[in-house]
Structures are given as C-alpha cells and as structure tokens.
Ligand binder design. Structure first.
Ligand SMILES: [Zn+2]
Length: 162
C-alpha cells in the first residue's frame, strides 16, 4: 500500500542533496522535488529536472538514491517533465545562495512572461549595480550566461530564466 505521507526526515534528506552543478544550492532550493511517495518497502522520489538537456539529471538521481541508502532507506527516482520546471520554482533561500556564490539569480515571473523576464536588467551579484553587460549566452554550463559589471569590473554568471 502506498501512502502520500512520507517521513519528514526522508523529505529533509532529499531536499538537502546539493545540486551537482551548483554546489551552493540544494535540490530543495531549486524546487525540483515534486513529491515523495512511501511505498512501504521503498520510497519513490518524483523529480522535475531543471534543464532537460542537463547531464546533471542522472547525477541528481544517483545522489538521491545514495543519500537515502546511507540512512537505510531504499529509494527510486522517477522523472516528470510536466509541468516543466521554471526558474520561478527556485526558493528565496536558493536565490540568496546563488547571489552569495556570485551568480545572478534568475528574475521572478519567467513562467508567466519569459520575454519580459529575459529583458529585465541584470543586477551584479556582488555590488548590486544594474550597469552590467552580457558577453555570451554560454557560461560554464548551458544553464548560465556570462556577464560583467561596469561598476565593480567583476565578471559574473547569470542563471538563465526559463
Ligand atoms: Zn558589480
């Protein structure tokens, strides 16, 4: 018999798994954990991957299974693509952690109007200035763009809104 309620400790362990590409933020911060189902002998973690093309998805699945195995919980991960993940699902804490890591967080509202969100000025994560310039659409990963700040002269990455 499966029950929709799962041990809160299990939910916390899953939420605290770090993102493989953004070690400063957790899966909980990114809002990718859709639900956790208790099937008695194992739990099923339902995940909506951030960027479907991201090779990190497989690593995320493995890390969830490994983390829970360390706590004697057997788990499997299933992926769901609908509704598609949006950067709007990143929590306030997740946005703050991105900023602290020197990555400009995506603007809110991308799910409602992507074009508007994309056109918003990008604030420098270090000094907060809006005098920033985009250099290329591809940063260290396809999920980020490279920018530089004309106020503090520092380059930074921006998490692309989707
Ligand atoms: Zn700056």
């Amino acid at each position: 018999m499966s029950s929709p309620t799962v041990d809160p400790d299990v939910a916390r362990l899953v939420a605290d798994v770090p993102d493989p590409e953004l070690p400063h933020v957790t899966l909980g911060d990114l809002g990718v954990i859709r639900e956790i189902l208790d099937h008695g002998d194992h739990v099923e973690v339902v995940v909506t991957p951030t960027y479907t093309a991201c090779p990190a998805t497989e690593m995320i699945c493995d890390q969830i299974v490994e983390t829970l195995a360390e706590h004697d919980v057997s788990a499997r991960v299933t992926l769901t693509m609908t509704p598609a993940w949006s950067t709007d699902w990143i929590t306030e804490r997740g946005r703050e952690r991105l900023r602290q890591a020197g990555i400009a967080p995506p603007p809110p509202g991308a799910a409602d109007d992507f074009e508007v969100a994309l056109a918003l000025p990008v604030a420098c994560p270090r000094c907060g200035s809006h005098r920033t310039r985009r250099h290329s659409d591809f940063g260290a990963t396809a999920c980020k763009s490279m920018y530089s700040c004309e106020a503090c002269r520092e380059p930074f990455e921006r998490f692309k809104p989707i």
